[in-house]
Design a protein around this ligand. Structure first.
Ligand code: ZN
Ligand code: ZN
Length: 242
């Protein structure tokens, strides 16, 4: 933990910003977060369940057949992280994109692998995208793809808008996203060309999302991709919070 803080937190410090992006406190150094905001981040340092990235014991994964077999998250989704996410996702504070991406570098380390990889993301519905004018998850996926040095392709479309998963009961979450996703034709063609060029038997698709709640959104995103692919795919995920 101490080693991690020593190595990682300075990277959040040295950013070309004039004040703390969270509390707007003026800072002497060119940095992104003030020391007190940085100290309040509930990092996930010990992963208990490699499948879902949970830092404590997990009763769900051993009894479920997950398509997404491995997931890593940067932080625990507590009340403070919920506030930060609301600022980013619902109030459109785009300065948080690079902060969140930096935080997610840690999560990428949880799923590091040598299999040829494509990064993709959980998309918004078209109507929600038009209403908002930006796609916050796409912003995170761009940063993750750059960090993983992997191509970023949109593989699925969201047919219909589904309520924010973290706001629903567990049973409602499991029901709400079933059948909500389908292949995104343009990205899919690019993926097939890319997969053909890889000499390995298996390729890896990493989904990016903001919060891993039950894993049902990722599961239902992966189904059309798995069903359409001629090549074996290892599905994994990177999320900002868990
Ligand atoms: Zn601050
Ligand atoms: Zn688990």
């Amino acid at each position: 933990m101490v080693r991690f803080l020593r190595e990682f937190v300075p990277r959040l410090w040295h950013m070309p910003q004039s004040g703390c992006v969270i509390c707007h406190k003026r800072l002497r150094m060119r940095s992104m977060l003030c020391p007190s905001c940085a100290a309040r981040i509930p990092w996930i340092t010990d992963v208990h369940c490699r499948t879902c990235g949970k830092p404590s014991s997990c009763s769900d994964c051993p009894r479920m057949r997950r398509i997404v077999v491995r997931s890593g998250s940067a932080v625990c989704y507590d009340a403070l992280m919920r506030d930060w996410l609301i600022r980013y996702k619902y109030k459109g504070d785009a300065r948080l994109t690079s902060l969140f991406v930096r935080m997610m570098h840690r999560a990428c380390g949880h799923i590091a692998d040598r299999i040829p990889t494509v990064v993709t993301y959980v998309p918004m519905s078209q109507e929600r995208h038009e209403e908002k004018g930006f796609d916050p998850i796409y912003g995170l996926a761009q940063g993750v793809a750059r960090h993983m040095r992997a191509p970023l392709l949109r593989l699925v479309d969201r047919h219909r808008h589904t309520p924010q998963q973290s706001m629903l009961s567990k049973a409602a979450r499991l029901r709400s996203v079933a059948g909500a996703f389908a292949i995104h034709e343009h990205g899919w063609d690019a993926f097939c060309r890319w997969a053909k060029r890889q000499r390995t038997e298996k390729v890896r698709v990493v989904f990016v999302d903001d919060v891993y709640t039950t894993g049902s959104t990722l599961h239902h995103c992966a189904i059309p991709v798995r069903d359409a692919s001629a090549k074996a795919i290892q599905f994994e995920a990177v999320t900002w919070a868990r």
